[in-house]
Design a protein around this ligand. Structure first.
Ligand SMILES: Cc1cc2nc3c(=O)[nH]c(=O)nc-3n(C[C@H](O)[C@H](O)[C@H](O)COP(=O)(O)OP(=O)(O)OC[C@H]3O[C@@H](n4cnc5c(N)ncnc54)[C@H](O)[C@@H]3O)c2cc1C
Length: 305
């Protein structure tokens, strides 16, 4: 891509040059190891920089996209135009009694471990979810009966106008794997979690059990985006896929996992288009066999090549 020098200059007035990468390969920032380049990949270091980047994007009429830990996204092969914002440098986690405040770029796994060290219970479910705090709020991430909704009390966000706002958890309409964060175009900067006092050994035992269950069932040895589909009411996506005899089905380098039918793994340098074609193939096959429409949990963003 031809570099937009004007935008580059403006971005580097807001944050330092090391934080503004040009034509950055997004496959290096996604769990599926898929995706073309971002025109600008920007990693701001404080809230003011985030606000200024939003205001700049508004003024310049430039698209911007938020990338968390890239564990629930497929970026298409043509990449993403404009600014891709990643908040990995905003990753502080603080505790005051039973309240944890975590910045959005912290990994939710680390917040869960932080809670364990302080003998706080409620975030054990998150010990194996590879997302950032921001991505976890956006998706209302959950596992093994727990979800963000159970423990979140409030969040600090940047609005689409670039203003800071504190919102209560209720205002985010958290529901099964969704929130109203995309509808409001909020950028999550930090989250406040209210936990309960517990016992170290008991919290650790739950986390060890969940880790064992995850490692024995999920194909963690290959790049993937986790469960591709949401749980359809009354069914399990993995079981429907298994019973459609799709495990091992491959398009290019993408394969329906033999270990866990709900996962599609990148086993051999897949392209995003192969991965997406396989998602459609699975949706069609399950619809034909069982009449059930599988809804994607994973988000697909960016442009075709
Ligand atoms: C092996 C594996 C296992 C998984 N297991 C689970 C599981 O058990 N339960 C579960 O719920 N999920 C699971 N996932 C999916 C994923 O980890 C979660 O959905 C996670 O919450 C996504 O967070 P992320 O930071 O990676 O977000 P990304 O994938 O980077 O982004 C997801 C969406 O969130 C938005 N977003 C990211 N950060 C912010 C922010 N700061 N403000 C506003 N919007 C933001 C992005 O724009 C994007 O639309 C798994 C994934 C993998 C690869």
């Amino acid at each position: 891509m031809e570099i937009n020098h004007h935008l580059y200059d403006k971005l580097t007035e807001i944050t330092s040059k090391e934080n503004v990468l040009v034509n950055e390969e997004l496959r290096n920032h996604t769990y599926t190891k898929l995706g073309g380049d971002a025109d600008f990949y920007v990693t701001p270091e404080n809230y003011k920089e985030v606000q200024d980047i939003v205001k700049l994007a508004n003024r310049e009429n430039t698209a911007f996209t938020l990338l968390g830990n890239g564990s629930n996204l497929i970026v298409k092969d043509g990449g993403i135009r404009g600014i891709v914002l990643n908040l990995q440098k905003l990753n502080e986690i603080k505790t005051d009694e039973n309240v944890i405040v975590a910045q959005s770029g912290a990994r939710i796994i680390d917040v869960s471990r932080h809670a364990l060290e302080r003998r706080l219970t409620g975030l054990e479910f998150a010990c194996g979810i590879p997302g950032s705090v921001g991505g976890a709020l956006y998706m209302n991430a959950g596992a093994y009966g727990g979800e963000i909704k159970d423990v979140l009390t409030s969040a600090v966000v940047v609005t689409k106008e670039g203003e800071l706002l504190t919102v209560s958890a209720d205002e985010l309409d958290l529901a099964y794997r969704k929130s109203n964060i995309p509808d409001n175009s909020y950028i999550v900067l930090e989250a406040e979690f209210s936990l309960k006092n517990g016992k170290f050994d008991e919290i650790k035992a739950i986390m060890d059990d969940l880790t064992y269950r995850r490692e024995s069932k999920q194909p963690l040895e290959y790049p993937s985006c986790g469960s591709v589909f949401k749980r359809p009411p009354g069914y399990f996506a993995g079981k429907l896929i298994q019973d459609s005899h799709l495990q091992g089905k491959q398009i290019g380098g993408a394969q329906v996992s033999r270990k866990h039918a709900g996962f599609i793994v990148n086993i051999d340098h897949a392209t995003a288009s192969e991965y997406i074609d396989l998602i459609h193939f699975v949706q069609n096959a399950v619809k034909d066999k069982f009449g059930v429409a599988l809804e994607r949990e994973v988000r697909i963003i960016g442009e075709d090549k």
